[in-house]
Design a protein around this ligand. Structure first.
Ligand code: GAP
Length: 423
């Protein structure tokens, strides 16, 4: 974990937010490579969940909504964590986080630690709008992106041709006043979610079918992008563990250095949300009106990015590498002239670079020796390195080197794009 955190900072994936002012707990900034990784995750998710499906459409709702949304959805009342306070030093912790409590007690070196009774602590982040900065009139930053989908349910139905079963997908920021942010970006106060709300007939058998379907689809998606199967598992929530809206929940967990950890939830939300917002569906053929049930898949972009990084990190004798899937790697390829001071080589390399970058994000490097350039690209997960050498000037071929095997072969310049975009 420490090595990945250090790599993230050193190579421009993730920095702590407002670092020059000492940072702020639970907030992170993505650097030049981190933003590419995150965008690639979101792009792949959107492609598979929206663009390649006939039964899902996307939306992008606002972060701040009418506060009545959060009263209706039950979040103002029930979106809480149990909070306890150490009576010695007044630090606060989640009462259900046994690990943090144990660690904290250890800091008092054997002295008896007394805790306050657990109090419920609401996780919604409040804000104030306009000129009336009054406590009694707060608005909320959304605690889950989900409610933006439900409140637009009728708009989407009226403006598209979808019929049940169908889904509405969304990606966006959510905010939670987490009591104890930690484990790098894992538990943050500002994070991004990628969610599907899938509307079905109100029927237990239908719910079972779609719940199983979506949890397997989501597992397959992570594996298709290179996450190792043995580092993934599904875990069903026990009744006391479930969020206030869920009839059933299963988490997709990753075997992180800090233990098995949830990074996507599949939830059977029943008719909780639509009935709370008083929304119904009318079947166009039969005229029957009913409240659909919802199966939800809710993944975290930041947690996925962290786990893709951890999963792809390798130390291989004399090199460090990220074996990121080519669809996720910030750069698809890097282009090098063998030496920087031979104009003929630089000109050809520059032409290849300009050509490739029209369709792919590629990097340029002409510093130091080739070995150092390979090492630098391996460390940021670039799958291919292309070198223009003296033979290129004779036969219009270049070497292409594979990050994982370190093997090289020669290829015609005109074949490069095909080679790099092969699925
Ligand atoms: N709409 C359902 C929902 O929000 P959730 O299980 O509370 O369900 C879904 O959150 C996902 O959002 C989590 O699996 C995780 O990936 C991400 N997430 C939740 N809280 C987070 C936090 N504090 N920091 C980073 N990601 C978080």
């Amino acid at each position: 974990m420490d090595k990945v955190v250090a790599l993230c900072k050193r190579r421009g994936f993730i920095y702590s937010s407002s670092e020059i002012y000492g940072g702020i707990s639970g907030f992170w900034d993505y650097g030049p490579l981190g933003v590419e990784l995150k965008n690639n995750i979101k792009k792949e998710w959107w492609k598979s969940m929206v663009q390649l499906r006939d039964d899902v459409v996307g939306i992008d709702a606002s972060i701040i909504m009418n506060p009545k949304v959060w009263i209706a959805s039950g979040h103002v009342e029930a979106f809480t964590d149990p909070l306890i306070e150490c009576k010695r030093c007044h630090l606060r912790f989640r009462a259900d986080n046994k690990e943090d409590i144990k660690n904290h007690e250890a800091t008092h070196k054997g002295k008896k630690v007394e805790w306050t009774e657990p109090k419920t602590f609401n996780l919604l982040v409040k804000t104030y709008l306009g000129v009336t900065e009054e406590e009694k009139d707060p608005a909320y930053l959304r605690g889950e992106i989900t409610q933006g989908v439900f409140v637009n349910f009728k708009n989407v139905l009226d403006s598209s041709r979808i019929k049940i079963p169908f889904g509405i997908a969304q990606i966006g920021k959510a905010f939670r006043n987490e009591i104890t942010p930690g484990n790098f970006t894992y538990r943050s106060r500002e994070f991004e979610q990628m969610e599907l709300e899938f509307f079905i007939q109100p029927d237990e058998k239908e719910a079972e079918t779609w719940f199983s379907y979506w949890k397997m689809e989501r597992m397959k998606w992570y594996v298709s992008l290179g996450m190792k199967k043995e580092n993934l598992r599904l875990r069903e929530h026990q009744p006391g563990e479930r969020a206030h809206y869920a009839k059933r929940a299963e988490d997709i967990e990753y075997k992180a250095p800090f233990g098995w950890s949830e990074f996507e939830g599949v939830h059977h939300r029943g008719d909780w949300d639509l009935s709370r917002h008083k929304l119904i569906y009318k079947d166009a053929d039969s005229g029957r009106e009913f409240t659909p049930w919802v199966i939800e898949t809710s993944g975290g972009v930041d947690r996925s990015a962290l786990f893709f990084l951890l999963d792809s990190y390798y130390e291989d004798r004399d090199r460090t590498l990220l074996r990121l899937h080519p669809k996720l790697a910030p750069y698809k390829a890097a282009v090098f002239p063998l030496v920087a001071n031979k104009k003929e080589l630089v000109d050809v390399a520059q032409k290849i670079y300009d050509n490739l970058r029209k369709g792919l994000f590629v990097s340029w490097d002409d510093r130091g020796n080739i070995g150092k350039r390979y090492a630098a690209q391996d460390e940021i997960g670039t799958p291919y390195c292309i070198t223009v050498d003296y033979q290129t000037l004779e036969d219009k071929t270049v070497t292409i080197r594979d990050r994982d095997t370190t093997k090289q072969h020669r290829i015609k310049i005109e074949k490069l794009e095909d080679e790099l975009t092969r699925e």
